[in-house]
Design a protein around this ligand. Structure first.
Ligand code: ADP
Ligand code: MG
Length: 306
């Protein structure tokens, strides 16, 4: 357990947004759901939101968790879940955009509403909904693997600029065509929504961005590049969870474990050197997978205490 981590994550009267990123398979779903269960168990109303198109959240809680609305998690009081499916989100988003741009697409062309990044935009649009109207005190995001998350987060930067340009272009066009002003107002409102959401993501008092990694070379390199990428977006990573750390007491003369332990130790030193400015917490490698509530609670205790 790491006191600093618990303090960092604890909400201080305002809703707290907790993001967990990292390479595929490093333990994001495990750690974000364990975090959500820990906060729910400690009396905070909590929502766990996954933007991974896989069904991992549903599998973890052994219940169907939809992408359209938040549902209570059956076995944990204070906990709700949502599994945003980027493909479905795209449909909802496009419908909204079509309505908004309907009048203008006559002038601007259909391609303005079918961009190659529509899924990311749509997923982010659902994110933004949460940031605008927090559903609980703690909102935990189990994000998709790093590269994709970065793209999702970067999207509104382009999108806000794109909207701005559309507004400027359309203003002239609109006055020429004597167009009704509602579409333009909607565009301006969206731009404002995205900008507000971004400033929230960048504010370390609202949002804690953590990365999960393994003590191995590729995850260490990827963590460094993810941190830089996020930094460029004005978001600082505040914590690292170093997962699947082998505890010395489990070695008991086993050569295989001993050599894995030595390998990990080198990377632990490397992580300490490279990322000394962020809170670092180890989570041990357990002798079985983490697929039920008891195990999630065990993980929560390791990370945040009793
Ligand atoms: N500390 C750990 N000890 C043992 N198994 C773990 C640990 N962390 C994660 N796992 C297992 O590793 C697999 C991948 O974890 P998962 O959380 O799904 O990764 P991600 O969401 O980053 O792709 C799962 O089967 C999970 O149970
Ligand atoms: Mg996952």
């Amino acid at each position: 357990m790491n006191n600093q981590l618990t303090q960092l994550m604890n909400p201080n009267g305002k809703p707290r947004y907790l993001f967990f990123g990292g390479k595929g398979g490093v333990g994001k779903t495990t750690i974000s759901t364990a975090t959500a269960v820990w906060f729910a168990d400690h009396g905070y109303s909590t929502t766990i939101v996954s933007t991974d198109p896989t069904v991992s959240l549903s599998a973890m809680f052994h219940q169907d968790i939809p992408g359209s609305n938040i549902v209570p998690i059956n076995q944990v009081s204070n906990l709700w879940g949502l599994n945003i499916n980027p493909a479905d989100a795209k449909g909802i988003f496009q419908a909204r955009l079509n309505g908004m741009m309907g009048q203008m697409s006559v002038f601007l062309g259909e391609d303005t509403i079918s961009t190659p990044c529509a899924e990311e935009m749509a997923t982010f649009d659902q994110f933004v909904g949460f940031l605008e109207q927090p559903t609980s005190q703690v909102i935990v995001f189990d994000t998709a693997p790093t590269g994709k998350t970065l793209r999702e987060l970067a999207m509104p930067f382009d999108w806000a600029g794109y909207i701005e340009k559309q507004i400027m272009d359309s203003n002239e066009l609109a006055s020429l065509m004597n167009m009704d002003a509602t579409s333009l107002e909607n565009l301006s409102r969206d731009k404002l929504r995205y900008e507000t959401a971004l400033s929230m993501l960048r504010d370390p008092k609202n949002t804690i961005f953590s990365l999960v990694l393994l003590p191995e070379r590729l995850p260490v390199e990827e963590t460094q590049s993810a941190m830089k990428g996020l930094e460029r977006l004005g978001i600082s990573v505040q914590a690292l969870v170093i997962n699947q750390t082998i505890q010395p007491e489990v070695i008991e003369g086993n050569q295989f474990l001993a050599s894995r332990y030595n390998l990990q130790s080198g990377y632990h030193r490397e992580i300490e050197k490279r990322f000394s400015q962020v809170i670092r917490t180890n989570l041990p490698l357990f002798h079985h997978d983490i697929s039920n509530l008891d195990m999630l609670r065990k993980v929560g205790k390791y990370l945040y205490g009793e």
